[in-house]
Design a protein around this ligand. Structure first.
Ligand SMILES: [Zn+2]
Length: 467
């Protein structure tokens, strides 16, 4: 912790030096314009599927071009283009990439108090699909680009803007296409994208979560076979019974616990801001001799933390039988397998076979749109800068986090880009109320959107502006 404080104070000094040379935007005008672009983007229905990101991409292109920023649309599917813009630096440092996706998940119209693409303002919030996933990051990145250009900030590194399509399930149009066909246009040392947030509870900010690594999605298929027969004569070889036992064995298995740089730092830092009994658990999980006991507590009470400890298995599909008086000869289940980024997949599948321990149940890797694995270091100029800006804008501790879910950053990390997931302050109560990302409704506090834009500005200026 002491090292941390030392890093923070050094960065604080350098930040103020840089900022002295960079003119500050007119923040009142920026707030007005942020709301204008944010609401305009929310009002474009980019529900994915089918996506239809084109109008949003054209909107972004036109706004960037009008400010004199070089910008282009790149697409494998003309209805679903990606937007790339670049501000030139002097090349003394490698580029910085600001990434956000234009598509949003689908809506269930009946669940919305305000129409999902109306961007209605009510009681300090903006309501709309994409409000916190991911048109908040999109608007913030856009405003930073515009203001860097208008303030004529001289840059040590190029600042690249990427608004990618298809993040919500059609990455072949978005990040996969961009990395495969146009990596030269987005190659960067550091990337800032979605995946983090500042947690607010009881209207007070608690901590910032910065995503530095994520688990990798795989699928395990289980196929049990047995002898078919008449349901009036039960058989010990019943495929359904075999499959049920295999699934139960997987559910009861405690796969090995392993921490990495991010998760170890996460629990250590979380302990420092937690009540004493919780703090003790977060510290105990760092001790291999005590982690098992904490794991049982996590599994029952904090399942996301249990998932952060290991490659995890969740049996989510079960298909067996077709009529009441027939013993089927085959039954199938599929398991959502989320691997730690350094997992040896072949060995892990072999371990699962050992757990199932039944030659009549075949265990294999199934077909899934998986992601490449990669980790981001927390010992970089970018992480120190983010931490520093979190401290000055929010006054809370930064927790590096490993997502249990997957993001587009995985494709960039595989190529060596150090990616950090950031996000605005969000009420932790909002998800349970049905206002979170992918919830029935979605909303953001206007004041927090504006604070997030200023935070983004400071991070980008500190990392990219010439000294
Ligand atoms: Zn998203």
């Amino acid at each position: 912790m002491r090292n941390l404080i030392a890093i923070m104070s050094t960065s604080l000094v350098s930040m103020s030096l840089v900022q002295a040379q960079v003119s500050q935007p007119d923040w009142a005008a920026v707030e007005t314009e942020t709301m204008q672009h944010f609401r305009a983007l929310l009002q474009i229905d980019t529900s994915d599927p089918p996506g239809r990101e084109l109008p949003a991409a054209e909107y972004l292109r036109d706004v960037l071009a009008a400010a004199g920023i070089s910008v282009e649309l790149l697409a494998i599917n003309p209805d679903r283009p990606n937007v790339v813009a670049r501000l030139q630096g002097n090349g003394s440092k490698e580029p910085l990439l600001l990434m956000a996706h234009t598509d949003v998940v689908n809506v269930d119209l009946d669940k919305w108090t305000f129409p999902p693409f109306s961007a209605t303002i009510d009681d300090g919030y903006v309501y709309g699909r994409g409000a916190v996933d991911d048109k908040d990051n999109l608007a913030a990145a856009l405003m930073v680009m515009l203001e860097l250009k208008r303030q004529n900030v001289s840059l040590d590194r190029d600042v690249i803007f990427l608004a990618e399509s298809g993040e919500e399930g059609a990455t072949e149009n978005g990040i996969e296409f961009m990395v495969r066909e146009h990596f030269d246009k987005i190659e960067a040392e550091f990337c800032l994208a979605e995946g983090g947030s500042v947690a607010r509870a009881n209207r007070e900010v608690q901590y910032a979560a910065i995503q530095t690594v994520e688990k990798i999605p795989y699928r395990l298929d289980l196929v049990a076979t047995g002898v078919a027969g008449h349901g009036s004569v039960p058989l010990q070889t019943n495929a359904v019974t075999r499959l049920a036992k295999a699934v139960a064995a997987i559910a009861d298995w405690r796969s090995p616990i392993r921490l990495n740089e991010t998760t170890a730092a996460y629990f250590e830092r979380l302990a420092s801001i937690s009540p004493s009994d919780a703090a003790q658990r977060y510290l105990n999980v760092l001790d291999p001799g005590l982690a098992g006991e904490v794991d049982e507590y996590f599994l029952a009470n904090e399942p996301r933390h249990a998932s952060m400890l290991r490659s995890s298995l969740s049996p989510n599909l079960f298909e067996a039988g077709y009529r009441i008086n027939v013993i089927p000869s085959e039954a199938r289940a599929s398991v959502d397998f989320r691997a730690l980024p350094d997992e040896n997949i072949v060995e892990f599948v072999e371990a699962v076979r050992g757990v199932v321990n039944d030659p009549a149940v075949e265990v294999s890797l199934g077909v899934r749109n998986t992601r490449p694995s990669g980790e981001t270091s927390i010992n970089t100029a970018a992480f120190a800068t983010i931490e520093n800006a979190i401290n000055s804008h929010y006054g809370v501790l930064t927790l590096p986090t490993m997502s249990t879910g997957a993001t587009d950053m995985a494709y960039l990390r595989e190529k060596g880009v150090q990616c950090y997931g950031i996000g605005p302050a969000i009420d932790t109560e909002d998800a349970a109320l049905g206002y979170g990302a992918h919830s029935d409704q979605e909303r953001i506090l206007i004041s927090e959107l504006h604070r997030f834009v200023r935070f983004n500005w400071d991070v980008v200026v500190e990392l990219a502006a010439s000294r």
